[in-house]
Design a protein around this ligand. Structure first.
Ligand code: NI
Ligand code: MN
Length: 226
């Protein structure tokens, strides 16, 4: 069984095969976070790109838990220099980790690190769990046509931003669902601040009317089981 918890903004907790995987662990300063970075469990941490609302509490949590941090090579190097255990990958490259096969995917965005260091190219993640579930985490991105190629892998779940301004907004996110054709889609990266406020229920209704996907809107702290 696999569960996904949304901690608000772009912060996710995946539990699969008994492993705890945190994605973009932004708790300190995240107004929708429902758990303290001192309490959250992590065996692995995935970081999509270098922005502060995604790198977040990675260093503190990795040091407390001993979690292995997986990101692009530039971010992995930057984190490694701070005493964190890392595994660097890059766009298009996959690796078999204990929790499944993880591939880095294209994302259209920036990736400068909080101290201004170069953070390489931003990424999304395509995870195939050990029991064969395909999960696409888009990261911060605009719409791109190659989402069709990602969809061809056969997605059980896609987690995509809908907040607009910094990422896809609702219109482009709906077009993304049409390219990705996932069984289930979960919207994130909205509502954290006024600038990215959206109506996720209205978006979900449009998704279910215009595509075959089921749209699941989580509240921060809520868990989706699949
Ligand atoms: Ni960003
Ligand atoms: Mn962001």
């Amino acid at each position: 069984m696999t569960t996904l918890t949304w901690y608000g903004h772009a912060t996710l907790g995946l539990e699969t095969g008994g492993q705890h995987i945190l994605v973009d662990p932004f708790f300190s300063g995240n107004p929708s976070a429902t758990i303290s970075p001192d309490k959250v469990k992590a065996d692995f941490i995935l970081v999509t790109h270098g922005h502060g609302d995604h790198v977040g509490d990675t260093v503190a949590i990795a040091k407390r838990t001993g979690a292995l941090v997986i990101s692009n090579f530039e971010i992995a190097t930057w984190l490694g220099n701070q005493g964190v255990q890392t595994h660097g990958q890059h766009l298009g490259g996959g690796y078999r980790h204990p929790f499944g096969y993880l591939k880095l995917t294209l994302a259209l965005h920036g990736s400068a690190l909080p101290d201004g260091s170069y953070g390489g190219n931003p990424a999304g993640f395509l995870l195939t769990t050990n029991d064969g579930k395909k999960i696409y985490l888009a990261g911060d991105t605009g719409l791109f046509g190659d989402m069709k190629l990602i969809g061809e892998e056969g997605l059980d779940l896609a987690v995509i931003p809908i907040g607009d301004n910094f990422t896809m907004g609702p219109e482009d996110a709906l077009r993304a669902v049409k390219l990705l054709t996932p069984k289930v889609v979960i919207p994130i990266h909205f509502g954290t601040w006024g600038l990215i406020d959206q109506d996720p229920a209205a978006w979900a209704a449009r998704v279910e009317k215009e595509t075959a996907a089921r749209a699941v809107v989580l509240k921060p702290g809520e868990v989706f089981e699949f």
